[in-house]
Design a protein around this ligand. Structure first.
Ligand SMILES: [Zn+2]
Length: 174
C-alpha cells in the first residue's frame, strides 16, 4: 500500500474520520502549511484545525517546524504529513501492541477466572467469591475457567508480532 493511503488508514483507525480533511490537505499540498492556511482552505475555525493537528502529531502522523515571524514576533507553525515515517509509525504501533499483550498475559497468568456458562461473562476469583460463585447478571452458578488456551493465543500473537518487528526493523535500517 502506498504511504499516503497507509497514513490515512492509520489516522482513521487511531483517531476517526474527522481528522481526514486536515490530513488530506497536508497530503495533497505536499508542502508545509500553517494552521491558518489549512483553516482557510477548509473554511473551518483555526482552533478546530489546531486541535486536529495536535491529535495527529501526538500519534506521529504529522510534524511541524516552528519559526518566529520577524514582524509580529509570533511563532508560526508549518505542518507536514509524516508520509516518510509511516513504517516507523507502524513499528511503534506493533511495539505498543506487544506491550499491551504482555500486560494482558500477566493478568491472565496471575489470576484465576470463573465464567458464567449462560452469558459467557467472566470474573476473577475475588469477584466470583464476593458473589458466592453465582453470576451477578443472571444468578447461574459460575464454573472454573481454563485460561491455558487463552494464554496460548496471546503468546502466539506476541511471538508473531515480535518476529514482524524484527524483520521490519532490519529492513528499515539495513
Ligand atoms: Zn450469567
Amino acid at each position: 500500500m502506498e504511504a499516503e493511503e497507509l497514513l490515512k488508514e492509520l489516522a482513521v483507525t487511531m483517531l476517526g474520520d474527522e481528522v481526514l480533511p486536515v490530513l488530506e490537505i497536508l497530503l495533497k499540498g505536499k508542502s508545509e502549511l500553517t494552521d491558518d492556511e489549512i483553516a482557510r482552505m477548509l473554511n473551518v475555525k483555526v482552533n478546530n484545525v489546531r486541535r486536529t493537528l495536535y491529535m495527529l502529531a501526538d500519534h506521529g502522523l504529522v510534524r511541524y517546524k516552528r519559526t518566529r515571524d520577524r514582524e509580529t514576533g509570533w511563532y508560526l507553525y508549518y505542518w507536514r504529513a509524516n508520509t516518510d515515517q509511516v513504517n516507523e509509525i507502524l513499528l511503534n504501533r506493533k511495539r505498543e501492541m506487544v506491550q499491551k499483550l504482555k500486560m494482558r498475559l500477566e493478568f491472565e497468568t496471575n489470576n484465576t477466572f470463573y465464567i458464567c456458562p449462560e452469558d459467557g461473562s467472566r470474573y476473577i476469583f475475588d469477584e466470583a467469591f464476593e458473589n458466592e460463585f453465582k453470576c451477578p447478571r443472571c444468578g447461574t452458578s459460575l464454573v472454573y475457567y481454563e485460561v491455558e488456551r487463552v494464554r496460548e493465543v496471546i503468546e502466539r500473537k506476541i511471538r508473531q508480532l515480535e518476529e514482524e518487528i524484527n524483520v521490519e526493523t532490519k529492513s528499515n535500517f539495513g
